[in-house]
Design a protein around this ligand. Structure first.
Ligand SMILES: Nc1ncnc2c1ncn2[C@@H]1O[C@H](COP(=O)(O)OP(=O)(O)OP(=O)(O)O)[C@@H](O)[C@H]1O
Length: 551
């Protein structure tokens, strides 16, 4: 900043030199020595200014990229603290937009805007001082022109606030839709909904360009009015200078000099107006970054969580995602330590929601969930998740080797441990089929592996993490027979490890051996007991079992 101000001050020397040249020319004193003197001063000042500007620019770039890197890292840290249920479709787009575009815009404020604004401000002040010094009346007219900047910017800032925010929101939506479009491109292609056939993406692009156009069109009138008003200061100043010259209050040198200054001032004020309006727009990005940092964080405390046993109890738990529908309706049940509790029931009954509540991805509206007799409400979710492993249909794999993907569950694991859990989860054979073995790359989100192989890797992770509670969500759904058998076998290996297991399942044979089966319907548990108990009841489970062709 200091270097930019210094550079601005030095550029004022140009005006002084121009003044002296005009003076010398009119005094018929403009000889070779004078020419040499002025050109040398101008060259020297130019070199110093160039040096200062380069330094200021480099420092600015360096500081800017340092700051934006830190902001991005801190945002990454903050995402760790934001409750998982906040990562909804809309918010994800907003987050991506902030981490990419908003941080870039903020860096732009730091690296370019501040410097330009300061430099031009210094020059405007210098020119005003010159004008007051040379001719008070022209000084007053120029000052009024300069002060017009304040109300004009006030109005422009209001417009920027209103339309700039909409533009920023449309940009987030756009980012979000583009991410969804690209991730869903396979499905969209299958149904011929890609490219210009995709209404969602077309509307989103159109909305963004409409909102951007609206922003520009609303900003323009005020910029035009300001432009005209300060433009009028030039003829008024020249009129005053002309009168002063006719009345012999100033000589011709002064008259020429003072007439040129309002033209420079006009250009500077216009640049300043544009820079400050742009600065205000970029501040929306700064506010977006701040709003993420201010987002409510997940409940956290330092309370340790080390229950002696890991039985799990729901007591009168009520929960709904939104007010329209109760997804858990006064749920009460117990899953004993080291036992397998299966949850079955019709689609949408609330089975997966139970697992989400256990892992604190959501919190109940009322009632309590206890692990080993301790209410999990008062424990941070980080500590709860430290005791839980989860296997669901959508195993997320990183674009890395198989080994590293398993190791994520326990970064300190030895190769021997990894091979051991891979054998138990029926992964070892398919891993060794290829020459790279455990160092084979799985591709983006594991796309070089089959669905069953991905699930077995997820089970290997669970075995490696060796947590006392295991949540299995439809782990055998959508698999072919061979894969299903291998996954089931892997699950059985998991079950034999004395863990408290909750398993949501559609196919009933694997449920048959459960210690307890909960049958859900519309957020309620309507039956519970062992397979034999429920078969004797001849209720919902009985009819589901008879209808299940996989028995
Ligand atoms: N994130 C969410 N926001 C709003 N509603 C949701 C959300 N997740 C689930 N639901 C709704 O909650 C209800 C229970 O969903 P849940 O996934 O728990 O059912 P489920 O029994 O596991 O179903 P399925 O067997 O089909 O997987 C459903 O009506 C569903 O539409």
């Amino acid at each position: 900043m200091a270097l930019f101000i210094l550079e601005g001050l030095l550029s004022g020397i140009n005006f002084t030199i121009i003044f002296f040249i005009i003076k010398d020319v009119l005094d018929l004193n403009f000889n070779y020595n004078q020419i040499l003197k002025y050109s040398s001063i101008l060259a020297l000042v130019y070199l110093i200014r160039n040096f200062l500007y380069r330094r200021a620019y480099t420092y600015g770039q360096y500081a800017g990229s340092d700051i934006s890197r830190n902001i991005r890292l801190n945002l990454g840290n903050k995402f760790k603290e934001i409750p998982l249920f906040n990562f909804t479709k809309r918010k994800t787009g907003k987050y991506i937009n902030t981490v990419t575009n908003d941080v870039d815009s903020y860096e732009n404020i730091l690296t370019h805007k501040y410097g330009d604004i300061l430099k031009n401000l210094v020059l405007v002040i210098m020119l005003l001082i010159y004008m007051f010094k040379f001719n008070k009346d022209v000084g007053i007219v120029s000052l009024v022109g300069g002060l017009l900047l304040i109300p004009s910017l006030y109005i422009s800032f209001k417009i920027v606030n209103k339309h700039g925010k909409n533009k920023n929101l449309a940009q987030s939506d756009n980012t979000d839709n583009i991410v969804e479009y690209i991730t869903g491109i396979k499905t969209l292609r299958i149904y011929g909904q890609d490219g210009v056939n995709n209404n969602m993406i077309i509307n989103s692009m159109k909305n963004y360009s409409d909102v951007s156009f609206k922003y520009e069109i609303n900003i323009l009138p005020m910029a035009g009015i300001f432009n005209i008003l300060i433009g009028l200061c030039i003829p008024v100043s020249i009129y005053i200078v002309g009168l002063s010259y006719i009345n012999r209050e100033i000589d011709i040198k002064m008259a020429i000099m003072i007439s040129t200054l309002p033209i420079f001032l006009n250009k500077l004020l216009n640049t300043l107006y544009i820079s400050l309006t742009g600065y205000k727009n970029l501040k929306i990005s700064r506010n977006n970054i701040e709003s993420i940092f201010n987002e409510k964080e997940e409940f956290k405390n330092n309370k340790s969580f080390n229950p002696k046993v890991f039985d799990l109890e729901f007591e009168n738990v009520n929960f709904s995602y939104d007010d329209s529908k109760k997804v858990c309706d006064k749920l009460s049940f117990k899953g004993e330590h080291g036992k397998l509790t299966a949850i079955v029931g019709s689609s949408g009954a609330g089975k997966s929601t139970i697992l989400n509540l256990i892992s604190k991805l959501h919190v109940p509206d009322s009632g309590s969930i206890k692990i080993g007799g301790i209410d999990i409400e008062g424990i941070s979710s980080e500590k709860i998740l430290d005791k839980i492993s989860m296997v669901d249909q959508n195993t997320f794999l990183f674009n890395d080797t198989i080994k590293n993907n398993i190791k994520i569950a326990k970064p300190t694991a030895t190769d021997q441990e990894i091979i051991e859990v891979s054998k138990l989860s029926n992964c070892h054979d398919f891993i060794m089929e290829e020459k790279d073995g455990y160092n084979r790359l799985v591709g983006e989100n594991g796309n070089r592996l089959s669905g069953g192989q991905r699930q077995r890797i997820s089970i290997a992770r669970t075995l490696l993490k060796d947590n006392p509670i295991v949540l299995l969500d439809e782990a055998t759904a959508s698999l072919d027979i061979e894969n299903e058998l291998l996954v089931k076998e892997a699950i059985m290996n998991l079950i034999s490890k004395n863990k408290t297991i909750f398993m949501v399942a559609h196919t009933l044979p694997i449920v048959k051996n459960a210690d307890r089966i909960l049958v859900m319907n519309n957020g309620k548990i309507i039956e519970s007991g062992t397979h034999e108990d429920l078969m004797k009841l001849k209720g919902k489970y009985y009819s589901m079992y008879l209808a299940d062709k996989s028995n």
